[in-house]
Structures are given as C-alpha cells and as structure tokens.
Write a protein that binds this ligand. Sequence first.
Ligand SMILES: [Zn+2]
Length: 187
Amino acid sequence: MKSFIFTVLLATCLTSAPVWGQHDAHVHGAAHLDVAVDGAVLSLQLESPLDNLLGFEHEPRNKAERDKVARMAARLRAAEKLFVPTPAAACKLEQSHLASSVLTPELLGERHSEKPAEHGDEEDEEKGHADLEATWEFRCAHPELLRGVEVRLFQGFSGLREIAAQVAAPSGQRGAHLTPAKRMLTW
Ligand SMILES: [Zn+2]
C-alpha cells in the first residue's frame, strides 16, 4: 500500500512539473534544451551561454563581430540542419525566434523588433556573461510517428560540449544528457 501511494505521488509530481524549466546556471560548454510535443507541434527551446555559440558575450564592437553574430543567427535559423525529428513523422520547421540581452533583434534577424526577452541572471550579466535563447517550432504531418529528435547542434557549434535536455511528450516527461557522442533524444 505504501509503495502504491508513493507511485501515485511520484506520478503526480512528474506530470505537474513545468514544461519549460527554470535554468539559472551559466556554465560555458553547457546548455539546456527543452523539448515539448503538443499535438502536431514539436517545440524546442535552447538556452545557452553566448560563448558556446559565438565565442564572446558582449555587444559586437566591430564589423567582424557583427558578421559573426549574423553567421550564428543564420546557422540557428537553419534548424532543419540542427534538429532531425523522426523522418516518418514528416516535421517541417515553421518558425524560429532568437533573443539575447546583448544582441539586438535586428542583428539576430528577428522580423519584429521586440524587446529582447528577459532572461539570465543580472549578476551574471554584470560579470560580463550573457545567454542566447532560441525557440523553434516544427509542425508534423504524422505526429503519432514522432519518436525522437537527433540533436546536431554540436556539429555546428564546437564550443558546445553538453546539453541537459528535458522532454515533455504524450508518453511522459524525461531528462537526458546529450554530448557529441550521444545526440539522439528519444521518447
Ligand atoms: Zn559566460
């Protein structure tokens, strides 16, 4: 009986956990990826120190640095090359959104000039650190066949060495630790 109650409590805790977790840690080389499957929509949200993706964490000071930001943004927007969902599910990229406290929306190629999202902790920013937050949405023609996604971010960004991933799928929630050698996220 006791173990039954424990199981019910555990199940309740797992299902009531927030989809987008709170990630405060800023560790160079590491990033967080939240993945959610809701009906036909596969959403991914990456939060990473800018250093992993760009090599610096300040406002660009010259043309070379601005070009670097543009190249990073272009690579992040070509998300079909960064994330490969189960091919049979026929998922297509529908939108992407990039934000950082030290980079303007224009520089990141945002169509709407929104105020950059509030994120990262202020203490980190005072010490010269900054994050990038990226979100992508895929729409799948056969979501019932969606079993996972291969994460190829490591190939495009050598500064990235590990990703703490969190998945919320119809089959439940789970966490995974991804590295260049372990890129498959399955559910
Ligand atoms: Zn940093």
